[in-house]
Design a protein around this ligand. Structure first.
Ligand code: MBD
Ligand code: FE
Length: 276
C-alpha cells in the first residue's frame, strides 16, 4: 500500500473523533496508530503476526509484566535520560545521578529515625552495612529527609512479589538525623531475573537477550521543597554490572565496597554497626 493510501485510511479513522475527548490522548494515540500502520506496511506484518502480538500483550497484562517489559525494552531508562536533559536545560548540576525505579517498589515501609535494620534474624546472606548523608542542592546536610530503601534477597527476590518473604522484608524508610545522615544493616542482595517462562522472558529471548540485573539497592530520597531522587546503587564485582537488562547502571552509582572479615575492624572502617 502506498503512503497516500495509508494516510487516507488514517484520515478516515481519525475522522471518527469528535471535538469531545482529550486532546493529549488524541495526539498520542493517533501518532502511535500512525506509526504502527507504517510499521505493518513497511515490515509487511501478517495478520497472524498481528494477532499473536495482541495475544502476547493480553498475557503480559494478565501476568502484570508491563512494568518489567518497560524496563527491559529501555523505555524507563529513556525517560530518565530525558529527565536528565530537562534538568540540565534548567541549570541543575551535580548530585547523585538518578536511575530507574523499576516495578517492584511497595509504599508504606516501616519508618525509623537515622538507622534501620532491613532484614531479620536468620535472613540468609552476607551482612551488609551502608551509611550516607543527604545533602541539599546547596551542599548543606538535609535533616529529616526520607530515605526509602528496598532490595532483593539472596535469591534475587523481592518481598510482596515473593510471597514466601514477610511483609516489608528488606524494605525500610529512614528519616535522616540532624546531620542528614542515615545508616542501615541488611544482607547482600543478588541480581534479579525476570520470571521464568513469563511474558518478559519470552520477548527478551526473541531479541536474543537475557533478563538479569546486577545486584542493586533502590532508593527514593525526598524532602519537602526538594526534588525527589529515584536512584540505585550497584554491588561492585557483579558479572552483570554493565550488562543490566534494564540499563540502569550508571557512573557514580557503584560505590566502593569494603569486605570485613574481622568484626574488630568495623571501627577502623568507620562503620558504626547498629543492631549488630
Ligand atoms: C528489578 O529489581 C528492577 O530493579 C527493575 C528496574 C526491573 C526489574 C526488577
Ligand atoms: Fe530492583
Amino acid at each position: 500500500m502506498d503512503k497516500k493510501t495509508i494516510d487516507a485510511v488514517l484520515k478516515k479513522i481519525q475522522g471518527a473523533e469528535s471535538a469531545a475527548g482529550n486532546p493529549r490522548t488524541k495526539a498520542i494515540v493517533n501518532r502511535i496508530v500512525q506509526d504502527l500502520f507504517y510499521t505493518i506496511e513497511e515490515l509487511d506484518v501478517q495478520p497472524e503476526e498481528f494477532w499473536a502480538a495482541v495475544n502476547y500483550l493480553t498475557e503480559a497484562g494478565q501476568s502484570n509484566e508491563y512494568g518489567l517489559i518497560a524496563a527491559g525494552l529501555g523505555f524507563e531508562h529513556f525517560l530518565d535520560l530525558r529527565m536528565d536533559e530537562a534538568e540540565a536545560r534548567a541549570g541543575v548540576v551535580g548530585g547523585t545521578p538518578r536511575t530507574i525505579e523499576g516495578p517492584l517498589y511497595v509504599a508504606g515501609a516501616p519508618e525509623t529515625l537515622g538507622e534501620a535494620r532491613l532484614d531479620h534474624d536468620g535472613e540468609p546472606g552476607e551482612v551488609l552495612f551502608m551509611q550516607g548523608q543527604v545533602l541539599a542542592d546547596n551542599g548543606k546536610p538535609l535533616a529529616g529527609a526520607l530515605v526509602e530503601v528496598w532490595h532483593a534477597n539472596h535469591l534475587g527476590q523481592y518481598s510482596y512479589f515473593d510471597k514466601s518473604q514477610r511483609d516489608f522484608n528488606l524494605r525500610r524508610s529512614i528519616r535522616t538525623d540532624a546531620q542528614g545522615r542515615y545508616r542501615f544493616r541488611s544482607v547482600m542482595p543478588i541480581g534479579y531475573s525476570v520470571p521464568p517462562g513469563g511474558a518478559t522472558e519470552k520477548i527478551l529471548k526473541q531479541l536474543g537477550r537475557h533478563g538479569t540485573r546486577p545486584a542493586h539497592i533502590h532508593f527514593f530520597v525526598s524532602a519537602p521543597g526538594h526534588r525527589k531522587l529515584t536512584t540505585q546503587i550497584n554491588i561492585d564485582g557483579d558479572p552483570y554490572l554493565w550488562d543490566d537488562f534494564a540499563f540502569a547502571t550508571r557512573e557514580g552509582l557503584v560505590p566502593k565496597l569494603v569486605r570485613i572479615t574481622d568484626p574488630a575492624a568495623l571501627d577502623a572502617h568507620q562503620v558504626q554497626a547498629p543492631f549488630a
